[in-house]
Design a protein around this ligand. Sequence first.
Ligand SMILES: NC(=O)c1ccc[n+]([C@@H]2O[C@H](COP(=O)([O-])OP(=O)(O)OC[C@H]3O[C@@H](n4cnc5c(N)ncnc54)[C@H](OP(=O)(O)O)[C@@H]3O)[C@@H](O)[C@H]2O)c1
Length: 305
Amino acid sequence: MKAVRFHEYGGIDVLRVEEVERPVPGPDQVLVEVRAAGIQPGEAMIRSGGLHERWPATFPSGQGSDLAGVIVEVGSHVRGFAVGDEVLGFTHDRASHAEFVAVDDVRLTPRPKGLSWEVAGSLHVAGATAYACVFAVDPGPSDTVVVSGAAGGVGSLAVQLARRRGATVIGLAGEPNHAWLKEHGVIPVEYGDGLAERIRQASGGNVDAFIDTFGTGYVELAVELGVRPERINTIRDWGTAAKFGAQTVGESGAACAVVLGELARLAARGELEVPIARTYPLDRVQDAFRDLEQRHTHGKIVLRP
Ligand SMILES: NC(=O)c1ccc[n+]([C@@H]2O[C@H](COP(=O)([O-])OP(=O)(O)OC[C@H]3O[C@@H](n4cnc5c(N)ncnc54)[C@H](OP(=O)(O)O)[C@@H]3O)[C@@H](O)[C@H]2O)c1
């Protein structure tokens, strides 16, 4: 089967699509023929070696957490799934950017009717992370919450989940994304010089919670705006969070089939929009990451094996 591999840390050019052995599912696993698999900035950071201390790679390394597809084999202990079932899920084995992936049955949920393959295959990392961010800062109807990277993969879901709790949501984004944010009941504010003052104006001077999905300066900004550290969550700037006592709850805080299944149902019912920016065939994985690493994706970029 074809799968993405890299044999050393480096730039996008170290990514290869290679012919490798098809995985054999263990007793508690199923083999999924992948129809769609989302890509993440974190995968680019792992590939570059930038996360070696935290999450080292072993070579040759595969890649990919998000997945959706059709079950083609089931392990001997699996009871809840059968060959032919359409599922979405995730693996923590860096393996879903491939034609087939072996996945623990507890990390899968049935694909709801009407949910596109692209959305199903790119929902887990962004969805679980957004869910965890919102849970961490716990916004309610009387709260104003600011979200940085508000139109990105994680941010576009976090703003909608915070709105579902009745909060006033201010979304930091480039001007081209402001119309989308407004359509979703979010007050858009452009990032860049003078941002603190623009947020004060948009919020009437009162910000209760801050979700940072971008990094670099946003935890400090939240503190400057008077947000209590326990109501700041960043998924990127761990060092500054430690300095101020802010939270750092991410994907692992909500990585389970129950959360994924709930988000999938919301998306299938049209109550949660997962914007799909672009799709690429697996063979064009380098182009997909060139696109992602511009850092201006609205929603998700998806590989289609
Ligand atoms: N800890 C975890 O568990 C976890 C999980 C998932 C992701 N992450 C991390 O979270 C970050 C976001 O992930 P993602 O998938 O949402 O990324 P993404 O889809 O690539 O989104 C990038 C966003 O960054 C925004 N942006 C670009 N320059 C900016 C600036 N100077 N100030 C503010 N925003 C800016 C862009 O906004 P415009 O397009 O509007 O300009 C875009 O919406 C990544 O660093 C990723 O590694 C962590």
